[in-house]
Design a protein around this ligand. Structure first.
Ligand code: AMP
Ligand code: MG
Length: 224
């Protein structure tokens, strides 16, 4: 999906993401990198489990929860001892990260609670006037008065969020289902669990974002 990016090592920049989205401060951000090795300065150590997952599914729609290093601003992790890291496959996103030389904190480019945009035009629906620039990965340029749109090449090919996997325990645990499925993870890792907080109303989800209303379209719904 389209992301709203800021320098992930700059707390002030990351706070602007929360303001633009109306994002609750207790919902931590994912840091995006442009090469596998770039995870190393962001973590205090990778488990063999994390390394095996990186080998199998990066670059791609998989986010790993790993122990954080001292360099990560508190606003990024919302005070947690772990950090979420992803290596995307989209060439435009990777080129942007490489050019900045920084990990980019980037949640989806929609207001909190709303569906994630999969093209530049839909990004404008929630974000027009709230950000200085949209990098359009699609064919057509969209121009409006308050937001500049830069065109590059190609639309989202998955269109759902990344699968979040906690690698800090003994078994990989899915904290949010996404583009990489449970079956794909089981095939590589042998075993995989689902965070009980996702299915049991009496338990809190381990990914703070999963307790909020999510992906809620603003349209009437008819059940057939
Ligand atoms: P978004 O970028 O909006 O798709 O949201 C990122 C998701 O990752 C949210 O559900 C966060 O709660 C979750 N997340 C980010 N960092 C962590 C972490 N350290 N531990 C658990 N979940 C995290
Ligand atoms: Mg989102």
């Amino acid at each position: 999906v389209y992301g709203l990016g800021a320098d992930g090592l700059n707390g002030e920049a990351c706070r602007k993401i929360f303001a633009a989205k109306g994002r609750p401060a207790d919902n931590p951000l994912i840091l995006h990198i442009s090469e596998k090795e770039e995870i190393l300065p962001l973590t205090s150590g990778l488990s063999p489990m994390a390394e095996k997952l990186m080998e199998a599914f990066w670059p791609g729609p998989m986010t790993l929860i790993v122990p954080k290093s001292d360099r990560i601003p508190e606003v990024v992790t919302a005070g947690q001892e772990t950090v979420a890291v992803r290596f995307p496959s989209n060439p435009v996103a990777r080129a942007l990260i490489r050019l900045t030389g920084r990990p980019l904190a980037a949640p989806s480019a929609n207001k909190s609670g709303k569906p994630s945009p999969t093209n530049a035009q839909d990004t404008l629906v929630d974000m027009d006037g709230r950000l200085p620039l949209i990098l359009d990965g699609g064919e057509s340029a969209v121009g409006v008065e308050s937001t500049v749109v830069a065109v590059t090449g190609g639309a989202c090919d998955i269109g759902v969020e990344s699968t979040i996997i906690d690698t800090t325990g003994t078994v990989p645990v899915i904290l949010r289902p996404g583009g990489i499925t449970e079956e794909m993870i089981r095939e590589v890792m042998g075993e995989v669990e689902l965070d009980p907080g996702l299915v049991r109303p009496d338990q809190k989800p381990k990914a703070p974002g999963m307790k909020y209303r999510h992906y809620a379209p603003k349209a009437p719904m008819v059940l057939i």
